[in-house]
Design a protein around this ligand. Structure first.
Ligand code: ADP
Ligand code: MG
Ligand code: MG
Length: 916
């Protein structure tokens, strides 16, 4: 027993905690990100590729995990391994850490598996002390550089090690040590009349360093450490501390990153870009991350260190001539200033991209004419760039077509399908407010406050943005007329958000900074006052609001050859069909250009709302005799027929699923007494009688009330008329040689008997219509599966159905027993708290609602092997749900027109992922 324990201890002691890299050889590799973090693994990989990387070592993520397991104590053996690695670096560099004559300096860099905001920032120049400074000055003959490095060390170290990692919370931003030091430096610059940091002289910097020490002591109560080893371990400890820092912990929660992953620490020999004009630092991308163009693209600064390039203290220069724009044409490029080094950098950059087979984001530093690489990682890119890069890389045979498809996230297509705010212009503009990005793309327009105004202004040819506290179904006409919708309240599932998403319209909701005064027609936004007619610009993809007009870049997917190529590949790969939800000929036409292969859901209720029709509808509902109802409904038939002809024509040759009337009857009823009185007059009945009937139709819970096929059961003449209109339209077109594939769908079926009854009515009407026209049009009759009972008895229901279409909006409502319209007050909270991983109305709830769908698919196919099945809820356009639909064996998904390309790509992803 005792022996076993010692053995275990010994094993622990021998565990490798430190991975060395230097002189062309590294202990680690790119695929060791879990152990070495992203930065460390890639540094090791670059070293092994023979790319010049300053030597150093990585302390593993396991140390971080053990550190927290053991009450914030390092594992035994770590110290020894670090010392060994230090000695190896010293040997390579021919210098020693802490040597007063020729000191070696280090950077301490944090590195989790994936880059994580909230982690400790890098500390450069570790090892500068009163003992080593004179030696370094003598060695370099460059006191200015040494004091510049020292003041940077103090700024970074006091901030991230002594304050943040130590858990010291400054009372305000002004009390933070970094702010105080920066303030002091600014004061000196101002006093001396300097514009830039590089104007500071040796004497200035020397005095500044002395001042810094005092400020640090006064602010934090401790001395700035004047010992190289203390600095190094302070830095290492700070990285591990920051793993449990407030910001890192909350970021992990949001991103779902587990705590046990831990972070690694990289200790690396310093190379200096700030020793003079023969030195420089920069960041670059192997292709343009904004356009995707295959062109080395980046920025550099002479005589600068570390993050000066990204920090925006000085305006960086373009690395090459080809990357210059009108704004940067006058600046010096690295290509012309240091041509040999540029060539070397270019060669390395090519090598890295070929090696990683993806666009890389790289950091480099030039010290006295020598190039060093400090980081490489897969670069972030926007949607447009992602598409172009993926397609071009596949054509260059760098990657396969399948990988190219996977490289583009379906959501990234959104950017291409809508006009967008010009990023260059947006960068310069001042943001007015921020809200939730509910509808993609960019839009500009004049502020209006009511739906009626929106419509009226738009009719006069104005571009308007409808601004409201929140929207309701009565606002729909104004929302339609507006370029975009902006609301002060509501979340991602609010009315405004849903409607806008369906149309692919730019929309920002929950923009709480807006104080809207409807009476005065004014908005107060953080002190800025906007009146009716003022111009604003919205970036709906990011949720940002701007005052005035910003440039918009037009959406033009049809002329984007990379997009078209990628979509072609997607269609070749995918097995799942993609249809659209469309109620009008124009929506149908849009969807067709986006690649829809049919209509999965054509709602008919909106066809009842137009002013000429609504009267007949109301007459029908409120009359209490069959004849009265039949009379009224007969007036609707020609309208319905016309609607269907339009849609059938737009979708000629493709299947069209038409859902018979679904919403609760009272939605069609008059709302005001005046409307009711007018109607009474028209119908020639007493107002009192009509009112009584109207009141009787009131429902407490309309969602679970008199709607769906329950209407067809109680008012069979409605469904009969609709079926007749559909089939007469189809027959008429058939006579004109237009191919039509009608699929008639009965909503809200929960019992097979309901469907049986409705089917009989529909078939009878359909047969009569065909007889009348003397032609045959093949048609099918199917049902929505949107109630749990329908899913559970799908085998029975299948006996009466030619197809199933899953209405996952209602199915989600009825499965959870919650109303989507009322969920805004608690559902976001559920998602935030992690009770639900996602909003089940956006991404299908796989283990609940999804299981009901799966059960219905299996049961339905047991009865009818080839029963056609699709989904028409909003989930049809959500990539994760599309994958789920494919995996459980649906034939198609149906979504709003603007999401059709997204669903096509998501379907391709699903096929590729399942194969792997
Ligand atoms: P981040 O993850 O925030 O990019 P890094 O660790 O990459 O942090 O470092 C920040 C900056 O410091 C980068 O510009 C990097 O190139 C530079 N840097 C890091 N280590 C060194 C080093 N050893 N020598 C010179 N510059 C360094
Ligand atoms: Mg940083
Ligand atoms: Mg970096």
């Amino acid at each position: 027993m005792a022996k076993k324990v010692t053995k275990k201890k010994a094993a622990k002691k021998n565990k490798k905690y430190v991975y060395f890299f230097g002189e062309g050889k590294a202990d680690g590799r790119a695929d060791m990100k879990n152990l070495l973090g992203g930065k460390g693994a890639n540094i090791a990989e670059m070293t092994n590729l023979g790319i010049p990387v300053p030597p150093g070592f990585t302390i593993t993520t396991e140390v971080c995990t053990e550190y927290y397991k053991n009450n914030r104590r390092y594992p035994a053996g770590l110290n020894e391994q670090v010392n060994k690695a230090l000695a190896r670096v010293e040997k390579i560099m021919g210098k020693e850490f802490g040597d007063p004559n020729d000191p070696l300096l280090f950077s301490v860099r944090s590195g989790a598996r994936s880059s994580m905001p909230g982690m400790m920032e890098t500390v450069l120049n570790c090892g500068l002390t009163t003992k080593t400074i004179p030696g370094l000055i003598k060695k370099t003959g460059n006191p200015r550089f040494v004091y510049d490095a020292y003041r940077r060390l103090m700024m970074m170290y006091s901030d991230v090690v002594m304050e943040k990692a130590a858990g010291i919370e400054p009372k305000s931003d002004h009390d933070a040590v970094r702010h105080k030091l920066e303030h002091e430096m600014e004061r000196v610059k101002k006093k001396k009349g300097y514009k830039n940091d590089i104007d500071l002289t040796t004497e200035d910097l020397k005095a500044l360093c002395a001042k810094f020490k005092n400020i640090i002591k006064k602010t934090l109560g401790t001395e700035f450490p004047d010992d190289h080893m203390k600095q190094l371990w302070g830095g290492i400890g700070a990285v591990f501390q920051s793993w449990m820092g407030k910001r890192a912990v909350s970021y992990r929660k949001i991103e779902g990153i587990p705590e046990h992953w831990g972070t690694a620490v990289n200790v690396q020999t310093m190379v200096f870009g700030n020793t003079g004009d023969n030195s420089a630092t920069g960041v670059a991308f192997t292709r343009n991350p904004a356009t995707g163009e295959n062109l080395f693209f980046g920025e550099w600064l002479p005589n600068a260190q570390g993050e000066d390039v990204v920090a925006g203290i000085r305006t960086p220069n373009p690395v090459n001539e080809a990357g210059k724009t009108a704004d940067t044409r006058h600046l010096p490029s690295l290509e012309t200033k240091m041509p040999t080094l540029y060539k070397q950098l270019h060669a390395i950059e090519r090598k890295l991209e070929r090696h990683y087979t993806d666009m890389q984001d790289i950091e480099f530093t030039i010290e006295d004419g020598r190039l060093w690489m400090l980081q490489t990682r897969v670069g972030k890119r926007n949607g447009q760039a992602a598409i172009r890069m993926a397609v071009e890389m596949a054509k260059e045979k760098l990657i396969s077509k399948q990988i190219a498809l996977l490289r583009v996230k379906p959501e990234q297509l959104d950017e291409l399908l809508h006009p967008s705010v010009d990023p260059a212009h947006e960068k310069k503009a001042k943001q007015l407010a921020k809200g939730l990005p509910a509808g993609p793309g960019g839009a500009l327009g004049q502020v209006v406050f009511t739906a009626d105004d929106a419509e009226a202004w738009a009719k006069k040819g104005n571009k308007v943005i409808l601004v409201r506290n929140e929207t309701s179904p009565e606002d729909v006409h104004g929302m339609h007329a507006a370029q975009a919708i902006l609301t002060a309240k509501g979340g991602m599932t609010s009315h405004a958000a849903l409607v806008a998403r369906g149309w692919g319209k730019c929309c920002i909701v929950g923009c709480s900074a807006l104080e809207i005064d409807l009476k005065k027609k004014l908005i107060n936004v953080n002190g800025t006052v906007l009146k009716e007619g003022d111009w604003i610009t919205l970036n709906g993809t990011a949720g940002r609001v701007y005052e005035g007009k910003l440039n918009l870049l037009p959406a033009d997917p049809e002329h984007n050859k990379w997009y078209k190529e990628l979509m072609k590949w997607a269609d070749q790969v995918r097995k799942l069909g993609v249809r659209t939800n469309a109620d009008t000929p124009s929506d149908s036409a849009t969807a067709r250009t986006f690649g829809a292969e049919g209509i999965g859901l054509c709602r008919t209720e909106h066809m009842f709302f137009e002013s000429a029709r609504i009267k007949a509808v109301r007459e029908m509902i409120l009359s209490d005799t069959i004849d009265g109802r039949r009379n009224a409904i007969a007036k609707l038939l020609p309208y319905q027929k016309k609607d269907f002809i339009g849609i059938f024509k737009a979708m000629a040759g493709l299947p069209v699923t038409i859902r018979l009337l679904d919403p609760p009857l009272h939605e069609f009823l008059p709302h005001s007494e005046k409307e009711l009185r007018d109607l009474a007059k028209e119908m020639n009945v007493k107002f009192k009688k009509l009112k009584a009937r109207n009141d009787a139709l009131h429902e407490f819970n309309p969602m679970l009330g008199h709607r769906g096929c329950r209407l067809g059961i109680t008012y069979p003449e409605v469904y009969e008329m609709q079926a007749r209109a559909i089939m007469e339209a189809a027959c008429e077109l058939k006579k004109n040689k237009v191919k039509v594939i009608p699929e008639i769908m009965i909503p809200l079926v929960g019992h097979v008997k309901e469907l049986e009854d409705m089917r009989e009515i529909v078939v009878k009407a359909a047969e009569e219509a065909q007889k009348k026209y003397g032609v045959k049009v093949p048609y099918t009759v199917g049902t929505m599966i949107e109630l749990p009972r329908a899913a559970v008895t799908a085998d029975e229901i299948a006996t009466q159905a030619d197809f199933f279409s899953f209405g996952t909006n209602d199915l989600t409502q009825t499965t959870f027993g919650l109303s989507r319209d009322d969920a805004g007050s608690f559902l976001p909270y559920y998602v935030e708290k992690g009770i639900l991983e996602d909003d089940p109305f956006i991404t299908i709830d796989k283990s609940g609602t999804g299981q009901l769908v799966k059960m219905a698919v299996d049961k339905g196919r047991k009865t009818k092997k080839n029963l056609k099945m699709g989904i028409c809820g909003e989930h049809g356009g959500d990539p994760a749900s599309v994958e789920f639909c494919y995996n459980i064996g649906l034939d198609y998904v149906s979504c709003s027109p603007f999401r059709v390309p997204i669903a096509r790509l998501a379907a391709a992803h699903a096929t590729i992922k399942k194969k792997r």
